[in-house]
Ligand binder design. Structure first.
Ligand code: GLN
Length: 287
């Protein structure tokens, strides 16, 4: 007679196994088991006495082993929630982070200054499409461009855009930073690579695309190039909003001050109280 393995038992064992590599071990186990069973996480938690088949046990054990080797849950399930969206993700794209929702919220507030007028927004380094899609869903009058250097990332973005039926609102462009844009836009938003590679977490380093993470020796390479080029790609009253690493606000504000001396500039913190977004808005033009 083989032992009966219930959901409750499987989750407890898996969470113990993951505790050493993850601060969200129990949640990880629930998400991986939900993925194994093709159920919602809520159903997994509710049906704690359900007995797993041996095939389900084997599938779950394999996923837990990969997670124990620090592979991110989102790559194991192929999905990540962001700003209320369910996005497809794989190793071709950076996994959307909750702190990036601050950038989306600020960009939505900035766009609302335009009232009912149509506006154009460029998401530079579009990756999975998380930011561009969240903006498109909340700003029905906006037309968006999503630029990325990675053809693989653009394939993932295209799949997500199709999922939300936004292909007529978001145009994907392959290339470097602002260069592929057809002309100036009202808003530039970007979560560019800004980490110093040898300082990041092991799981992130091992599994996530370095193209999306590597900001050069001081993490500022992309900001230098992006900010220097930005004035030529911003409309007269346009604004740029950039996600930053917590220690980079001063340097990025300085770069923006140099490139856009007339602009109003600000820094916004995330929910953890860390500096997370720097923005600059061109002055109001009096006609
Ligand atoms: N926030 C990400 C991390 O720390 C980095 C994102 C980025 O470089 N744009 O892993």
């Amino acid at each position: 007679m083989s032992d009966v393995v219930t959901i409750q038992h499987a989750l407890r064992t898996a969470a113990e196994q993951l505790r050493a590599v993850s601060t969200t071990a129990r949640l990880d186990a629930e998400l991986l088991l939900a993925h194994t069973l093709g159920w919602s996480r809520a159903k997994v938690v509710a049906e704690r006495d359900y007995a797993l088949t041996s095939e389900q046990q084997a599938t779950f054990a394999a996923l837990v082993a990969r997670r124990a080797a620090r592979e991110p849950v989102a790559y194991l399930t192929g999905h990540r929630e962001f700003f209320g969206l369910d996005l497809l993700v794989d190793r071709r794209v950076l996994i959307p982070r909750p702190e990036t929702e601050v950038l989306v919220e600020l960009a939505i507030a900035e766009a609302r200054r335009y009232g009912n007028a149509p506006l154009t927004i460029a998401d530079i380094g579009v990756g999975s499409g998380a930011i561009a899609i969240a903006l498109a869903m909340h700003l029905p009058r906006a037309i968006l461009y999503g630029v990325d250097l990675s053809a693989g990332a653009l394939e993932v973005a295209a799949a997500n855009i199709a999922r939300y039926h936004l292909h007529d609102r978001i145009t994907l462009l392959e290339g470097d930073l602002l260069a592929p844009l057809p002309g100036p836009v009202d808003l530039i938003v970007s979560n560019p690579p800004y980490t110093i590679l040898n300082e990041i977490e092991e799981g992130v380093y091992r599994y996530e695309p370095h193209l999306a993470l590597d900001g050069g020796p001081d993490g500022l390479d992309c900001y230098r190039r992006l900010i220097a080029a930005a004035p030529a790609y911003l409309k007269p009253q346009g604004a740029i909003l950039l996600e930053i690493g917590a220690w980079q606000a001063e340097a990025v504000v300085h770069l923006l001050n140099q490139a856009m001396p007339q602009a109003e500039i600000g820094v916004q913190r995330d929910l953890a109280g860390r500096d997370r977004v720097v923005w600059a808005r061109n002055p109001h033009v009096i006609r």
